[in-house]
Design a protein around this ligand. Structure first.
Ligand code: ADP
Length: 349
């Protein structure tokens, strides 16, 4: 599997894209498009917190990668005017790492832990008393002579982000007073994100072209911004003037993205389920082995959008193609990147 395909699909940052990616991150709630209900309820919680002068209740944000969880956490910190610290489940390997952070934070700090479902269990257990009582229990000795010492820490707010809320242990999940699911974005919302990004990146783009890219971005802002940059490359090489629908379509075809916004991995997934497993049901491990991909990537990144679009169903016995999945034309499962027409380059240069 081409690593670029996984990257495009997951919206994981290419290192060279990072400075621009950070530029595109919304700086205020007004710039944060969509997720209206989540935003409204968080604004109420923030306002009430500011009125009471207490730390905000702990927040759990759930949703596929690239939907804006990290951005939202940083906006909350700004709105509360508190320090923002960011880490991730896999980075906090040892209990000492987390204790080191918790014992040094300033009062009110917003600690963001991405992929919180990947915290090792002993590290997670430190969070229980930290979240509930703003204390860390240090245990000395073992067995009969074991003693516990309670170390007070500054009040703080934990924002946990996860692609898989189901993997969180109940004691951890229950300690989040606010739990919200982020939804895939509508094409119109992605179009307005794209128009803002195009302005920041100084790319001239027609509204209809922004909508076209929005329609093909798997409902995900990070992917939309990524595709905009690929369209910019295409424009630079093959055309002039503003990005039009035709330029956007041709650029996205080259990226292997079809009219429905599915990319190579999506199509390979559907094709494998159809031809190798006769539509399923099949376990995710078997699919991952056939596709030579990591099962977690399939669960976190590939499947959510296929489920949302109604091509795939999860049943107790495994993954199954729906009738919409079966109905996808064979042509469409072929490589849509072929027969790409490039608009003639302008004569005046
Ligand atoms: P996650 O933490 O869920 O993986 P991020 O918060 O890192 O996602 O978002 C990825 C990028 O997508 C951000 O850098 C930002 O540019 C853009 N983005 C995400 N959500 C929104 C939004 N609601 N409005 C505008 N841009 C957004």
């Amino acid at each position: 599997m081409n690593p670029n395909d996984v990257n495009l699909l997951s919206g994981e940052a290419f290192p060279e894209d990072l400075p621009e990616t950070n530029r595109l991150r919304p700086q205020t709630f007004d710039q944060y498009v969509g997720q209206t209900e989540v935003i409204e309820s968080l604004k109420v919680a923030i306002q009430a917190t500011l009125m009471r002068g207490e730390p905000l209740d702990h927040v759990l944000l759930h949703g596929p990668p690239g939907l804006g969880k990290t951005t939202l956490a940083s906006l909350i910190a700004r709105a509360l005017a508190v320090p923002f610290l960011s880490s991730s489940g896999p980075a906090l390997e040892k209990g000492g790492d987390l204790v080191g952070i918790l014992t040094r934070i300033a009062p009110g700090t917003l600690l963001f832990i991405d992929e919180i479902h990947r915290l090792p269990r002993p590290v997670e257990e430190i969070l229980y008393s930290a979240m509930e009582d703003f204390a860390i229990d240090v245990i000395f000795d073992r067995g009969a002579s074991a003693r516990t010492f309670r170390h007070r820490i500054a009040p703080f707010t934990l924002i946990g982000a996860t692609t898989r809320a189901g993997l969180l242990s109940p004691p951890l999940r229950d300690r989040f007073g606010i739990q919200r699911d982020l939804e895939f974005y509508a094409p119109e919302d992605l179009a307005s994100i794209l128009l803002r990004s195009a302005g920041l990146l100084e790319i001239e783009i027609e509204d209809s072209a922004a909508l076209e890219i929005g329609r093909r971005s798997r409902g995900t802002p990070r992917i939309a911004n990524r595709l905009l940059k690929r369209v910019r490359d295409f424009l630079q090489v093959h055309a002039r003037g503003p990005v039009t629908v035709e330029i956007a379509r041709n650029a996205l075809k080259l990226e292997g993205i079809d009219d429905r916004g599915l990319n190579r991995i999506d199509r390979k997934f559907i094709e494998t389920l159809r031809t190798v497993y006769n539509g399923g049901p099949v376990g995710i491990e078997a699919m991952a082995a056939t596709l030579q991909m990591d099962p977690d990537t399939l669960i976190d990144v590939v499947e959510p959008f296929l489920l949302k679009e109604g091509y795939l169903a999860r049943t107790p016995s495994g993954r199954k193609l729906t009738s919409a999945g079966w109905d996808l034309e064979v042509d469409f499962l072929a490589n849509p990147g072929k027969n790409v027409r490039t608009p003639a380059r302008s004569q005046e240069s």
